[in-house]
Ligand binder design. Structure first.
Ligand SMILES: [Zn+2]
Length: 355
């Protein structure tokens, strides 16, 4: 049986928590959801908190079947929730949505899926891997983002700037070239980042919403190694405490400009069974190279280069059968993918260049 530990907390105690997390140690499944709200009419009378509270249990159930891929499990859960509110405008672009993270141990493999604002931190035997879906960041208009971050937290000007940014970002939700989140259409599941690693090479897999990963990404108040140490030694709730302490020290957003004083946060740490017994709760990781996965929708002619060395990482071409063939510089045989299928490219350092 896997071991899991989790915590979730609303950013504002007077409002619904739109993050959601649960785990099923018997079936080795952990899920984190981060509900995505929209500052416009959504065509749904139920709301984002309702959505994540339906999607989460459906996903726990579908992902518990080891014969189902995580992308299919997500697609099936999306269908299940759509069937629960057929009277709502499910084709409204602002229909309730959620970022999704899943980790699942299946035999000696640890499968994972990341879609939108969920980060996966894999503490492996020789390094810490971090998987983030950066498409959602790139969907922000830089001028509107800067205006939102420039205004003072808690002012009407700040609230209006954040709403302007969010309604503009909505134009790029679940469209090619934009970003993908779970909502009412099962096909978005095919654009999730997915992968698997050998479970006996993983000490822990921690999924977290951006209300927790901001400790590293926004506040620069910790490293990913620190996050692994805090979660493994003190638990997910302690990580959220760290986030809240940092935010409490900067209530106006002067030092760390942000969209809310505190965001909803959810953290779920899964430890595979049959791993080395020397991985104990006081395990402190040594500094390691951080790797990131980046997602690209594949079309012929795309070439991906490492930003630092200009090394060619991957390229795509039309294959003999009309599909797209992706050649990876380091990774053995080419993969044949459908046009616009998502591929994740793993490089060290920053985001690779694409041309
Ligand atoms: Zn509804």
């Amino acid at each position: 049986m896997t071991t899991t530990a989790m915590a979730t907390r609303p950013g504002n105690p007077d409002r619904d928590n739109e993050d959601w997390t649960d785990s099923d140690p018997d079936n080795g499944v952990a899920v984190v959801l981060d509900g995505v709200s929209a500052p416009v009419d959504t065509g749904c009378e139920h709301g984002v908190a309702w959505y994540v509270n339906q999607l989460g249990p459906a996903l726990m159930q579908s992902a518990a079947d080891p014969g189902t891929s995580l992308a299919t499990a997500l697609a099936d859960a999306i269908d299940h929730v759509a069937d629960l509110h057929p009277g709502c405008q499910l084709d409204n672009p602002a229909t309730p949505a959620a970022a999704v993270g899943i980790a699942r141990q299946r035999g000696n493999w640890l499968d994972w899926l990341v879609l939108a604002d969920i980060t996966l931190v894999l503490h492996r035997t020789d390094r810490v891997d971090v998987v983030s879906d950066h498409r959602v960041d790139h969907a922000l208009d830089p001028n509107l983002l800067n205006a939102a971050l420039a205004a003072t937290l808690g002012t009407d000007e700040h609230a209006a700037a954040v709403a302007d940014m969010a309604s503009d970002q909505l134009k790029r939700r679940n469209v090619h070239g934009g970003y993908w989140v779970a909502s009412s259409d099962r096909t978005v599941a095919r654009y999730a980042l997915t992968g698997r690693v050998r479970a006996d090479q993983v000490h822990s897999a921690t999924l977290m919403s951006d209300g927790a990963s901001c400790l590293v990404n926004t506040y620069n108040a910790a490293t990913w190694d620190d996050v692994v140490t805090i979660v493994e030694r003190d638990g997910p709730d302690a990580l959220i405490n760290h986030v809240r302490d940092v935010e409490a020290a900067d209530p106006d957003g002067t030092r760390w400009p942000r969209f809310k004083p505190s965001d909803d946060a959810a953290v779920n740490c899964l430890r595979p069974h049959d791993t080395e017994d020397d991985v104990t709760s006081d395990c402190i990781p040594t500094p390691r190279t951080h790797w990131k996965a980046f997602a690209y929708e594949i079309e012929p002619g795309i070439r991906v280069r490492s930003r630092g060395s200009d090394r060619l990482v991957a390229s795509a071409a039309t294959s003999d059968d009309g599909n797209i063939e992706v050649l990876f510089a380091d990774d053995g045989p080419p993969r044949v993918l459908r046009r616009n299928q998502m591929v994740s490219v793993v490089v060290d350092g920053g985001a690779p260049n694409r041309d």
